[in-house]
Ligand binder design. Structure first.
Ligand SMILES: C[S@@+](CC[C@H](N)C(=O)[O-])C[C@H]1O[C@@H](n2cnc3c(N)ncnc32)[C@H](O)[C@@H]1O
Length: 272
């Protein structure tokens, strides 16, 4: 089992990507929280997304591989009916929470990180299926094919400019942005009934202010790519990536935007 480095920080996440848990109206509508629901939140992060529906369900277990994010979630949103736990979801199939009792499994903006490891990709989705009770729902939103193409390309170019091969740069990319057809076929092959699956092109305005903006985004989300370089070169590489992006992402009014593509769905475990 490969150890995971924790490059997350709740403070950096708030500064550079506070829009992620905010832009969740549709996925929350699909989750359709009910008072009796026992919910597993996969890749819950700092708990801000979880906090949006927790008071409308019976209980939630939020799991995330980042000790820093889980610590923040416990601090800010810990409650009787809410538990947060550090779990590397690449190996979810080894956890005793995979017990066929959850009414709903929900995941926002986390599966494109969790499914990056191609060796565990299908077993993660199978473990989600096995976690659910018969008739239970898996509701998710994640990066879809072509997500944030400008910043992804800039980061690849930056690594190549700083001496990596293009294969090495691709290898360092921490994301798997699947197409709608990959997701449908994989979910169906596991036994899910896909009730909804949709792609939304959603240009998203970056935050402004200290530690935010494109600099904050590149340093937090792009950390696994920058870490492929010698520590002494990372600061320069982050600046280089931002300089490359400058005119591409900036509108006349000075606001900066990334081309987010969301893949969103609801998949049901059949009734017995
Ligand atoms: C963009 S954040 C989303 C957090 C939250 N769901 C939200 O909507 O704000 C992505 C989260 O995925 C988590 N993550 C990445 N790889 C993971 C893994 N292998 N297992 C569990 N969580 C993982 C990160 O730690 C991070 O908290």
């Amino acid at each position: 089992m490969e150890e995971k480095r924790d490059h997350w920080s709740a403070e950096a996440y708030s500064a550079s990507a506070s829009f992620v848990p905010k832009l969740t109206e549709t996925v929350l509508q699909y989750l359709s929280p009910q008072q009796h629901d026992k919910v597993l939140d996969v890749g819950c992060g700092d708990g801000k997304f979880t906090s949006k529906y927790v008071c409308r369900v019976a209980s939630v277990l939020g799991i995330d591989s980042s000790p820093a994010m889980i610590e923040a979630a416990k601090r800010d949103f810990g409650a009787d009916q809410t538990e947060f736990r550090v779990v590397d979801c690449r190996y979810l199939d080894r956890e005793d929470i995979v017990n066929g009792t959850w009414d709903k499994v929900v995941s926002n903006a986390a599966l494109h990180w969790i499914l990056t490891d191609s060796t565990t990709r299908v077993s993660v989705l199978k473990a989600i299926f096995d976690s659910l009770r018969p008739g239970g729902a898996f509701v998710f939103e994640m990066g879809g094919h072509g997500n944030v193409p400008e910043v992804h390309t800039a980061l690849l170019a930056t690594l190549v400019h700083h001496g990596l091969s293009i294969e090495g740069a691709r290898e360092a990319s921490p994301w798997f942005f699947p197409s709608e057809s990959w997701m449908r076929e994989t979910l169906e092959s596991i036994g899910f009934i896909v009730e909804r699956l949709e792609v939304e092109y959603r240009p998203t305005r970056l935050t402004v202010g200290a530690d935010g903006g494109i600099e904050g985004w590149v340093k937090l989300m792009g950390a696994p790519m920058l870490e492929a370089l010698d520590p002494a070169r990372r600061e320069d590489a982050a600046r280089w990536a931002c300089a490359l992006l400058e005119t591409i992402i900036t509108k006349e009014d000075g606001s900066r935007w990334l081309g987010y593509v969301r893949l969103r769905g609801v998949a049901m475990k059949p009734q017995l």
